[in-house]
Design a protein around this ligand. Structure first.
Ligand code: ADP
Ligand code: ASP
Ligand code: MG
Length: 409
């Protein structure tokens, strides 16, 4: 009978130096000893990706996205080769693959490419030879044979997709915290670890800034119904299971609070208030491969027939967005573009919001008590987000976390 397959992903903090790589190797080998076929996905060492990006931006404000992908993908190549060597030196056979060698095929967009196919033939061949297979996370290759990357935190989606394609029995994400918490434990000291969380809530938490899991990986896990076990690479404790919603989850009003400091606010000032303008703005930004998060359009001031349109984008896309919107302003006859990088987005998330009212009021009240001004608000069925001043972010997160009684009891 063929062995059960386990996919384990080790994040950057879990392979930050040689000692940690050796620890990860020992853990991998212990699963092989338990009888699993192990496929390992690795991130780049520690902060390597940030350092590589930093170098690029020291050369130019707007590096070519193709070249950024060439650069960033090197990080995971280093960690996967080192991990394979560390496993080999424990007396087991391991082989490392780049994303391309692992058969991860993506679309043509750079820096946030989507996986369109996986040809897992080589991985399967190696597993059949009883080898441990290491795949560089966060990267793939497109049909033009160019290297692509899958968006920040993208090793998570490499792991989820491989778990699906290989029909793995388990998908584990190893990180530097013991699981998913009610808030970032670095910011909210009494944040509580959750034993389980639904895909839906995790997706909202991830897309509103809980960097512990990449949002797209949760989308994929939910689509293919793959449970994920998020756990610490520094202990053997059980972590958090991310899976389909179970009934009892609805009893909890709010599951978590997130703070995102990676967005910037753009305002197109005095855009003509007439049909087609919003379509034109956001179509142009979509063509430039800019992902928009919150959007607010103010009511036109009666006399001027002009309106302000504000939205938020990832800071990494800010320069591109400014270039595109400044040109757009001239085309549509808007007054100009303002931007603010010193913002933070605070969100509360919970399936319980579907059946309970008053969550927004409670959140706004907690912010009011702290005398924190709200600049933008957006809501979904299970989430409420506020844009506030960045300098107020952490204080706001603690106050809101407390107001919903989320701390350790
Ligand atoms: P990795 O290197 O393993 O990919 P990341 O740094 O990407 O790790 O993500 C782990 C970090 O995410 C944690 O150290 C923690 O500070 C942060 N984090 C933010 N929000 C949460 C949350 N709700 N639960 C757990 N961790 C969180
Ligand atoms: N190294 C990449 C990043 O820092 C991918 C990952 O860690 O998942 O975003
Ligand atoms: Mg990560």
């Amino acid at each position: 009978m063929s062995r059960k397959i386990i996919v384990q992903k080790y994040g950057g903090s879990s392979v930050a130096n040689i000692l940690k790589i050796q620890d990860a190797a020992k853990r991998v080998v212990s699963y092989e000893d338990k009888g699993y076929s192990v496929v390992v996905v690795v991130s780049a060492l520690g902060d390597t990706t940030d350092e590589l990006i930093d170098m690029a931006f020291r050369i130019t404000k707007e590096p070519s996205e193709r070249e950024l992908d060439m650069l960033m993908a090197t990080g995971e190549q280093v960690s996967s080769a080192l991990l394979a060597m560390a496993i080999n030196s424990l007396g087991k056979e391991a082989i490392s693959f780049t994303g391309a060698q692992g058969g991860i095929i993506t679309d043509r967009s750079h820096t946030k490419a989507r996986i369109i196919d996986v040809n897992a033939k080589r991985i399967k061949e190696q597993l059949n030879k009883d080898r441990i297979v290491i795949v560089a996370g966060f990267q793939g290759i497109n049909l033009e044979h160019d290297i692509t990357t899958l968006g920040r935190g993208g090793s998570d989606i490499t792991a989820v997709i491989l778990a699906k394609v290989l029909n793995a029995s388990t998908c584990e994400i190893y990180t530097d915290v013991e699981g998913i918490y009610t808030a970032d434990p670095r910011i909210v000291k009494d944040a509580r670890k959750l034993d389980k969380i639904s895909y839906e809530e995790m997706l909202e938490m991830a897309s509103s800034g809980a960097q512990v899991m990449q949002a797209r990986s949760i989308e994929a896990a939910s689509k293919f119904n793959i449970p994920i076990h998020v756990r610490s690479s520094f202990s053997n404790k059980e972590g958090t299971i991310i899976s389909k919603e179970v009934k009892s989850m609805e009893d909890v009003l709010v599951s978590g609070v997130t703070l995102n400091k990676n967005e910037a606010k753009i305002t197109i000032c005095d855009a003509p208030d007439k049909p087609g303008i919003a379509a034109k703005i956001f179509e142009t930004l979509a063509k430039a491969n800019v992902n928009i998060d919150m959007i607010i359009q103010n009511i036109s001031r009666t006399a001027s027939d002009a309106t302000d349109v504000s939205f938020t984008v990832m800071k990494g896309d800010l320069q591109k967005t400014l270039r595109v919107t400044r040109k757009l302003c001239r085309d549509i006859g808007a007054e100009g573009v303002a931007h603010d990088e010193n913002i933070a987005k605070l969100s509360v998330i919970g399936i319980g919001m579907r059946s309970h009212s008053g969550v927004a009021a409670k959140m706004f009240k907690a912010l009011a008590r702290e005398k924190i001004n709200i600049e933008m608000i957006s809501t979904s069925e299970i989430k409420i987000s506020c844009v506030i001043k960045k300098s107020n972010g952490e204080r706001a997160a603690r106050a809101v976390h407390k107001t919903f009684g989320l701390g350790r009891r």
